[in-house]
Design a protein around this ligand. Sequence first.
Ligand code: PLP
Length: 455
Amino acid sequence: MADQRKFLLDEKDLPTHWYNIQADLPAPLPPIIHPGTGQPIGPQDLAPLFPMELIKQEVSRERWIEIPEPVREVYRMWRPTPLVRAVGLERVLKTPARIYYKWEGVSPPGSHKPNTAVAQAYYNKQEGVRRLATETGAGQWGSALAFACGLFDLECKVYMVRVSYEQKPYRRVMMETWGASVVPSPSRDTNAGRAVLAKDPESPGSLGIAISEAVEDAATRDDTKYSLGSVLSHVLMHQTVIGLEAKKQLELAGERADVLVGCIGGGSNFSGFAFPFVGDKLTGKAPGLRVIAVEPTAAPSLTRGLYVYDFGDTAQTTPLMKMYTLGHGFIPAPIHAGGLRYHGMAPLVCALYDGKVIEAVAVPQNPTFEAAVTFARAEGHLPAPESAHAIRVVIDEALRCRDSGERKTIVFNLSGHGHFDLGAYERYLAGRLEDYEYPAEKVRAALEGLPKIAV
Ligand SMILES: *Cc1c(COP(=O)(O)O)cnc(C)c1O
């Protein structure tokens, strides 16, 4: 019989609980610190921005947290997602390795992001919030939240980094179709935006500025809260439906993973995919499992950053988190994987990297697109440029297996499709894509601006 390609679950196999890896960490995460007092923050400090249930989840050490039925009902629009054996890719690589991918591009917005957007919209609605404010860089997070807010009848305001607003108009149209209102950031709607525009009316914007605008919007309106698409522990936990499904599907395939791979921007898709397996590793049930996080050389926070306390945004409005950071003042080069252009990294991912539980690799833009095109020709789907970072490392591992003759099982998360990124594909195919190496000088300058915290 020919090799089976797709491993599918029934709707009844949809996970009933999210997995909280904080229950299995060898030591608790370092606390989140208030920049004014230098002391750990409490729930009340976060209450203007987030609903209480999400604040509780952020610091919870319970292993399993029940997924509310209304959230599962929405998940069933596209979940469980397929696990696919990349038979075509194995063939072109002539590798004895077996390669599988978990395919998150089947969601309506086209990535893993609605796994948390739907949960966040639900809890906000439950607590009487009427409106959510957020930022978006490449447009994927804004799309996911616009979709989720539409389903739970919440207003949604998206501050979209001006360059993306101009370069990716169809992401904006998608958000507006789901009912969100979208403004280019810096905007005239906030003090933070107006201050930037006063200095530079032509400012292209940045994720840092857009976060400041969305946080100000939420903090200054009673009916509005703020929503973040990655980095925070509750966001990563909502994404664990990916890995919980993948584990069941690998059982169906009769496989045991040797290597897991995911790309990292703020860390959410990698964590959602890998944490249920990492939990087994932490509790001694999966010795020898390798787990690899892949970042761009243009924003190499794990491989080149420092593990210190830093702000989550450029404008220094967020609490301080201990993370591998390139410095909050560091603005990554304009690579096409907009979702990976972030100076910091999720504290949970950082703690696991620091503890040598997971590995990290950085890859440049051109080899990443080369991998994307190889994958598209072998497997059909056009991956998001972000996801293609994972594919680059999967291909490299599979080629090593070809040389060594090892029959490893390699599993990766294909976090989204690249249908809104064809401008980037066009540049790559025309040979006009730049590579950005590690910007040592700029990182050194940004790290000099780190807050001084004695923890
Ligand atoms: C946003 C995004 C990423 C990066 O964000 P993480 O929080 O690290 O997952 C990766 N892939 C896709 C498709 C995205 O939309």
